[in-house]
Design a protein around this ligand. Structure first.
Ligand code: COA
Length: 158
């Protein structure tokens, strides 16, 4: 008998770092590649905890560096599974700068598409995502992004 697919709530993963001089680009603000590495790692933790499997990033979509981050800034990164397919998960990752007085400024956003693997590194089914009303919009956004990315890839490859 086939196992029933589990349904799970997403969990928001958060981490903080301080920007060090070796993470700056020649203009003095934080290098985008370092930011993406932090976001990718946080997204992978969110996806691993959701799926309880090993995971790998397959695509990164809709990256937006909206505000610069500077050496000495405290950064908060968040990641949460916002949509699932059969074996893949879309994780929305955000980076904020601490601007003091308890205020955070959103600086970077991206959607990471990660695939769950079984012990033979074969894509394996992930749980169903329980979507609360407050998450409807980001779920709709993530599905739209992944569908248009797949269509774009198809158009480019055909
Ligand atoms: C991830 C990987 C196993 C997928 O291989 P694949 O042959 O495309 O596997 P499948 O066709 O079974 O697809 C698996 C899932 O990935 C999704 N996927 C694959 N290519 C995709 C793409 N270009 N865009 C969006 N989703 C994609 C599929 O839709 C599927 O999700 P679903 O089951 O929810 O529908 C393979 O591409 C890989 O190993 N890539 C390298 C990953 C890596 O090294 N990442 C960097 C380090 S983390």
């Amino acid at each position: 008998m086939k196992n029933k697919r589990l349904s799970k709530y997403p969990e928001e993963i958060q981490n903080w770092i301080m920007v060090f001089p070796n993470q700056a680009n020649p203009n003095g603000n934080m290098f985008g590649g370092d930011l993406l590495a932090i976001m990718d790692t946080t997204a992978a933790i969110a996806a691993k905890r959701f799926s309880q499997t090993e995971v790998s990033t397959v695509t990164v979509e809709a990256v937006h560096f909206a505000e610069p981050l500077w050496v000495g800034n405290n950064l908060k990164t968040t990641a949460k599974v916002v949509a699932v397919g059969n074996t893949s998960m879309m994780v929305k990752a955000l980076v904020y700068r601490d601007v003091g007085n308890g205020e955070l400024l959103k600086c970077v956003s991206a959607f990471f598409n990660l695939v769950a693997f079984d012990e033979n590194r074969k894509p394996t089914q992930v749980p169903n995502l329980i979507i609360e009303e407050s998450n409807f919009e980001e779920n709709r956004q993530a599905i739209k992004i992944i569908e248009s990315a797949k269509q774009r890839e198809k158009d480019l490859c055909d």
